[in-house]
Design a protein around this ligand. Structure first.
Ligand code: HEM
Length: 253
């Protein structure tokens, strides 16, 4: 029996305003449901049908979704940290000390960002191993695997560039060692190191470059690749599910 709410919704759907926004009537058949999905920017992301099995927790243990959740948490805490941080020498180190001793809940904020970053690297690797174990790199998912590899690189670069920002001894020497390793690359090694540091030493230029990479370029790339990654999961027919076999050995699905 239609409830008053459903009846009101049905009435709303026949109005001119509703039709001007959604350009369709009620989605009450397979055809109108498909039209609803194809005609809406947000729903367009989703498939018209999914296999029931790929919705089970065991299909992915939400490892990818949890990585995404952590990424959002890191963006939020990162933006809050930006209110207190100056990417300059010696301000950067002082700002970290201010966060520790002056700013209310500064330690909590900084640790959320730091621990979240460690956890994200762990979860992204775990997600990758789990996808690999289930054969998620095989057709038709190969392209999404490649996007995944790019996401892994972006995640690692985000961690690495963030490491320099506190401008303490650990940061300074970690980046000195890392960029010295880069310079050992044949032919282009020294040039790549020069471009990465904005000079030959880990100094003010390097701090600024790492900061811009960390807060603008890499997060934008991550958003872009995550968008394509999610869209492809849906358009490749959902998650890879291991086929169950009939007694005669043929695949059931
Ligand atoms: C920022 C990092 C990443 C995020 C946010 C992310 C997110 C996701 C999400 C939400 C899914 C749907 C299933 C789930 O919830 O686990 C998924 C699936 C998938 N991911 Fe990732 N992912 C990331 C990194 C990677 C990496 C590093 C790889 C591999 C190199 C990868 C390869 C794949 C593939 C192939 C699928 C489809 C799985 C299937 O077909 O069963 N992803 N990802």
């Amino acid at each position: 029996m239609p409830t008053p709410f459903n009846a009101a919704l049905e009435d709303l759907r026949t109005t001119r305003v509703w039709k001007s926004i959604f350009r369709r009537g009620p989605a009450n058949s397979n055809r109108t449901r498909s039209i609803a999905v194809f005609g809406n920017l947000f729903l367009h992301w989703l498939p018209v049908k999914v296999r029931e099995k790929s919705l089970r927790v065991r299909a992915a243990y939400y490892l990818g979704s949890l990585s995404f959740l952590l990424f959002i948490m890191l963006v939020v805490t990162g933006v809050l940290l930006m209110f207190y941080y100056h990417p300059a020498v010696p301000n950067a180190y002082r700002d970290m000390k201010d966060l520790q001793f002056v700013v209310s809940n500064g330690v909590f904020l900084r640790n959320m960002h730091r621990l979240g970053a460690h956890l994200m690297v762990l979860l992204v690797f775990w997600h990758m191993f789990h996808v690999f174990y289930r054969g998620g790199y095989k057709p038709p998912h190969e392209f999404n695997w490649v996007i995944g590899v790019l996401l892994l690189l972006v995640t690692l670069f985000l961690s690495y560039t963030g490491y320099l920002l506190p401008w303490d001894q650990l940061a300074f020497w970690a980046v000195t060692v890392g960029t010295n390793i880069i310079s050992a690359m044949p032919v282009i090694g020294r040039k790549v190191r020069f471009v990465a540091l904005g000079g030959n030493i880990v100094g003010e230029n390097a701090l600024l470059r790492f900061y811009v990479l960390h807060v603008v370029i890499l997060p934008l790339l991550a958003f872009l690749f995550i968008g394509v990654h999610f869209w492809r999961v849906q358009k490749d027919g959902g998650l890879t599910v291991r086929p169950t076999r009939d007694e005669d050995g043929t695949n059931k699905d």
